[in-house]
Design a protein around this ligand. Sequence first.
Ligand code: GLN
Length: 244
Amino acid sequence: MQLSIAHLYPDLLDLYSDRGNVIILQKRAEWRGLRVTVDEVTVGHEPDLSSYDILVMGGGMDREQGIVAEDLQKRRQNLEKAVAKGTVILAVCGGYQLLGNYFETSGGQRIPGLGLLDIHTVGAKERMVGNVVAEMEIDGVKTNVIGYENHSGKTYLGAQVQPMMKVIKGYGNSGEDAFEGVRQGSIFGTYLHGPLLAKNPALADHLITLALRRRDLSFTLDRIDDQLEARTQQKLYKRLVESR
Ligand code: GLN
């Protein structure tokens, strides 16, 4: 059984080792016996994105975001087709912002987004930086998620999207409503670097499971020894939440 992953704009959107999310998806799928292919897709490449099971986008600085935003506009239909076919998308920080309606930089420049997510982002003067502890429901189970955020954009949610997580410690989308990230169908957007999936294996497995389900493949992922990740989560939880 195969799992195909595309890493979008690895050369432009790769702050804080977001590439690690791709590596984790690949490894965790391979450890379960899946054959995994990873393609790097950037400006000038034009594959049919709906042929992929998972698309991953990382974070980037405002300048790189401008280049990516322009290129994304050309891929609008391609991405809409992928979403319609249930391709799972994980977009982090700068990539997350660009899937929304628009991103207005703190300098007042409005970068149009793709409008795949019903969100908009406005750059603030102060940056929201630090470790984050949040909680999300994965298949009905409340699960702690940890990560690291560094953004000036404040993201506001429209009526079509659900927040992905509830913030326990940190800023999240805007620092104003204790929400972190969004989920709209098979699209997951978040501010959490980490890399996110290295620190949160349950989320990585959730994305792999959803990606297989889109092809009607019911494949149960074997359990993996995630004690190291669990200990890291507990340590951070203790330091950031319990010792407050
Ligand atoms: N430029 C965006 C912001 O600061 C995204 C930064 C990032 O991807 N870390 O809000």
